[in-house]
Design a protein around this ligand. Structure first.
Ligand code: HPA
Length: 271
């Protein structure tokens, strides 16, 4: 990754009308409907953006959408790059750098995750208050990282405290039960064994998924305030573990999405 590549990606998007977005939003698996609310959308498919990671077969739908949401200019990633597709950490986080260069000053992230905390149920939303990186690497572990920002990034407060507070308030006002907890990121794509779910619980995780942590690390490196929510799509009870059903995970995410849309759109109104 070079600054020149980032500049070219950014200039391309500006030429497509992606001008001065304020908020970046990353939509997780099964969480694409928010884009229907965007007014005057401009769309750029990932495979057309110079230096964006090359798409895998599954990934032909990935796009960046720019437009107006609740009166604010936003840029939304519909589909993200995952380590389990064979991308590197710097690929997974490249779009975050581009959105920052376009001008965003806040980042909202969503994902689908499994509930490790068995007080949480599928269909709940969890505000990520802290995380555990179990992906075996870092998006900051490359030679010339200092050209782009800090190397030894502080992670004592990775999620923006003020936006988290506001989101909790919104959840109460809107009668949405918003859980709070620790997200553990694994590589995947295989789901976890019973022993791994027990381990994750022992480690202090409330939810597990295959994304988000690299993006949050880069947001902190770029001093970009970030919040993240997990839509809990399955209950990871090691003593009663059912075989995974990906179709059900996706449909739970889709059914839960309206609550997430309410949280994000109401949060935008406060910014
Ligand atoms: N584990 C990992 N990732 C997930 C899960 C899970 O149980 N559910 C949704 N994403």
């Amino acid at each position: 990754m070079t600054q020149k590549q980032l500049d070219e990606s950014t200039e391309f998007l500006k030429s497509k009308g992606f001008l001065a977005p304020e908020i970046g939003i990353v939509l997780g698996t099964g969480l694409g409907k928010l884009v229907e609310k965007i007014q005057d959308p401009h769309i750029a498919h990932y495979h057309n953006i110079p230096f964006f990671p090359l798409a895998t077969v599954e990934f032909h739908t990935g796009k960046l959408i720019y437009g107006t949401l609740e009166g604010k200019k936003v840029v939304v990633m519909q589909g993200r790059f995952h380590l389990y597709e064979g991308y590197e950490f710097y690929d997974v986080t490249y779009p975050i750098r581009v959105m920052k260069q376009l001008g965003i000053t806040q980042l909202f992230i969503s994902n689908a995750a499994g509930a490790i905390n068995l007080n949480f149920k599928k269909g709940d939303i969890m505000l990520i208050e802290d995380h555990i990186n179990l992906q075996g690497g870092s998006p900051l572990a490359f030679k010339n990282v200092a050209e782009f920002g800090d190397r030894f990034v502080d992670m004592s407060k990775p999620y923006d405290i003020e936006m988290c507070k506001t989101l909790k308030k919104i959840a109460i006002e809107k009668n949405i039960s918003l859980k709070q907890g620790v997200y553990a990121a694994v590589v995947g794509p295989q789901l976890e064994t019973k022993a791994e779910y027990r381990m994750l619980k022992t480690l202090g995780a409330d939810a597990v998924g295959m994304s988000t942590v690299p993006e949050v690390i880069i947001a902190n490196h770029l001093r970009l305030p970030v919040i993240a929510v997990s839509v809990l799509t399955d209950e990871c009870d090691p003593d009663n573990l059912e075989p995974v059903n990906i179709a059900e995970i996706i449909s739970t995410a889709e059914n839960t999405e309206p609550k997430m849309i309410t949280l994000f759109t109401e949060l935008i109104k406060t910014l």
